[in-house]
Design a protein around this ligand. Structure first.
Ligand SMILES: C[S@@+](CC[C@H](N)C(=O)[O-])C[C@H]1O[C@@H](n2cnc3c(N)ncnc32)[C@H](O)[C@@H]1O
Length: 239
């Protein structure tokens, strides 16, 4: 298994410095990284790019939304952001994306994890990587494509915009190794951050999580994921 901490990563003022040895090629050919502290991959081993597109975008209907406002818990390596940006640019719709990230990697690490982006999306992503150097101040980027804000905060202490999100990507590491962002108080805050009718998608199907989502008001379903894995899809009711 991966060694915790050790020479494979170290905490620097500019973020977590991971080593390229931690790079993993997922089943659809797109790369991800294994985090040596949490000992988990940032994206699904079935396919990082597939997971972002089919599950986060697809399940939350973000791929068809005329002006998505996405709230993400765990911005990580920006794979989900890039897939969402790419989709919006291809469709010519504006994107408003708010990501939370408590343990940002160093800006250079973001460059290792490539995604098949259009030229325009790749240009925006290059700007994100330049702006990333400014962490821990929030990263705010605006352009004709829309807006990205990444708050380098622990989501358990965050205050989200109310009734704002058309989609929520709940994507921390698993509840077994990273329980805090899955707690009831975060789920309740996410419910209030969701616009009526908004979807929340996550790869965890833990019973405790699904009961928690239902307890704070979401309608909750278990749906097929990529490979054999099931996913959780929750929706804030319209009224
Ligand atoms: C599975 S990875 C996310 C991958 C990411 N969505 C992507 O598309 O690349 C989980 C992320 O959640 C972050 N995280 C863990 N606990 C957190 C917390 N309490 N608040 C905010 N982010 C957290 C981790 O640092 C990590 O970057």
């Amino acid at each position: 298994m991966w060694r915790p901490y050790g020479p494979l990563c170290s905490r620097k003022p500019g973020g977590w410095r991971l080593r390229p040895e931690l790079l993993l090629i997922t089943q659809d050919g797109s790369p991800t990284l294994v985090h040596p502290r949490f000992q988990e991959a940032y994206s699904s081993r079935y396919g990082a790019w597939t997971q972002a597109n089919v599950l986060y975008l697809g399940l939350t209907q973000t791929h068809a939304h005329p002006a998505p406002r996405v709230l993400e818990v765990g911005f990580g390596l920006g794979m989900n952001f890039r897939a969402t940006l790419d989709s919006c640019l291809r469709r010519g719709v504006p994107l408003d994306y708010l990501g939370y990230e408590a343990f940002p990697v160093e800006a250079g690490v973001l460059g290792w994890v490539e995604a098949p982006l259009t030229e325009e999306a790749a240009r925006v992503w290059a700007e994100v990587r330049v702006g990333w150097a400014a962490a821990p101040e929030p990263l705010i980027l605006e352009g004709p494509w829309g807006r990205l804000e990444v708050r380098f905060e622990d989501v358990t202490r965050a205050s989200f915009p109310q009734g704002w999100a058309s989609a929520i990507y709940l994507d921390p590491f698993s509840p077994a190794v990273n329980p805090e962002p899955w707690g009831l108080s975060v789920l309740r805050s996410l419910y209030h951050a969701a616009a009526p009718g908004a979807y929340l998608a996550t790869y965890s199907v833990a019973g405790r999580l699904r009961r928690g989502l239902a307890a704070v008001g979401f309608e909750v379903r278990k749906v097929p994921g990529v490979g054999k894995k099931a996913w959780t899809l929750a929706r804030r009711p319209l009224a």
